[in-house]
Design a protein around this ligand. Structure first.
Ligand code: 13P
Ligand code: SF4
Length: 301
């Protein structure tokens, strides 16, 4: 293993590459990353890093966003098949219909979406900045795509606006049930419940804190409490434990597992850095059309 890590380190220097990783990838991949974070943080880092090459340890929409924000860089994906199913869960026709039906509407697109979908949006958001951005928009009507659950949560926090929802979802977060949380709470009654807003409203109602992956990590790290029930993908346990060796973190069952994020391995990172065979390539027009809502997100956040 350390031989592989050394090889990755050497390749990084040789190729002027930087490794970005989402909190949901395997522990050993997070361990070798130069930057680990949530979707918002990683999008900002992708735009700002000085290196010529970004090796993105995450799913396709993350690599695409990095490429859109940094078109002159080479963006490598260790596993090009690692895709987020939710990123495809909205029909373009539906967006057009909503635009025709409502005058004063903003199409607000979760960053967990393909570049093809993003080009039909007015602004992108992540779970860390959605509330701030939706509040700042001048429009009264908000069509939130593709995730219904994050959309419903933001709607509950911004009651002065009218929301139209789409029916996209994250299978990992949707599979966390009220029963799962109740059981975990019965076993650990003193633990606080920390929930990602991709979960259902019923699960969100049981939360002591609701936030993005980095929000959850920051909350637990600053809290005086010692025990937490974590309702998001299990990859966050790595950073939670690293930062808080004196605290205890509990899962809510075996389904907190994103198979796509877990497809990224050290072997694949090493391979792509050596061979440059999985580079993000986008249709030329997307650099203009799909980049706009992402840039607007960075401005408004
Ligand atoms: P954040 O890390 O932005 O909270 O997103 C969670 C997620 O599902 C990414 O795929
Ligand atoms: Fe997509 Fe859910 Fe996996 Fe995130 S955890 S990449 S939203 S399937």
């Amino acid at each position: 293993m350390s031989e592989l890590k050394n090889k990755i380190e050497k390749l990084k220097q040789e190729k002027d590459a930087v490794i970005l990783a989402h909190y949901y990838v395997k522990d050993e991949v997070q361990e070798i990353a130069d930057y680990i974070g949530d979707s918002y943080y990683l999008a900002k880092v992708a735009k700002e890093v000085p290196q010529k090459v970004i090796c993105f340890c995450g799913v396709s929409f993350m690599g695409e966003s990095a490429k859109l924000l940094s078109p002159d860089k080479i963006v490598l994906m260790p596993e090009p098949a690692a895709d987020c199913p939710m990123a495809h869960m909205v029909e373009i026709d539906k967006i057009q219909k909503v635009r025709e039906e409502y005058d004063d509407v903003a199409v607000v697109c979760y960053i967990n979406s393909t570049a093809e979908i993003k080009q039909h949006a007015d602004v992108c958001v992540t779970s860390a900045n959605a509330m701030k951005i939706v509040k700042a928009l001048p429009n009264h009507n908000i069509f939130f795509i593709p995730d219904e659950h994050l959309g419903r949560y933001i709607a509950s926090q911004v009651p002065e606006k009218h929301f139209i929802f789409n029916d996209g979802f994250c299978h990992v977060h949707k599979s966390i049930t009220v029963e799962n949380v109740k059981k975990a709470k019965e076993a650990k009654p003193d633990a606080e419940v920390l929930v990602h807003p991709e979960c259902t409203m019923e699960v969100l109602a049981m939360a002591d804190y609701i936030g993005s992956t980095s929000g959850i990590i920051e909350y637990a790290s600053k809290s005086k409490e010692k025990e937490f029930i974590i309702c998001t993908e299990m990859g966050v346990f790595y950073e939670l434990n690293q930062k808080n060796p004196d605290k205890k973190f509990y899962s809510v069952g075996h389904r907190q597992f994103c198979p796509n994020m877990k497809m990224i391995t050290l072997e694949k990172v090493c391979h792509v850095l050596e061979h440059f065979d999985h580079c993000v390539e986008l249709k030329e027009s997307l650099y203009e059309t799909a980049n706009k809502p992402l840039e607007r997100m960075l401005e408004l956040a």
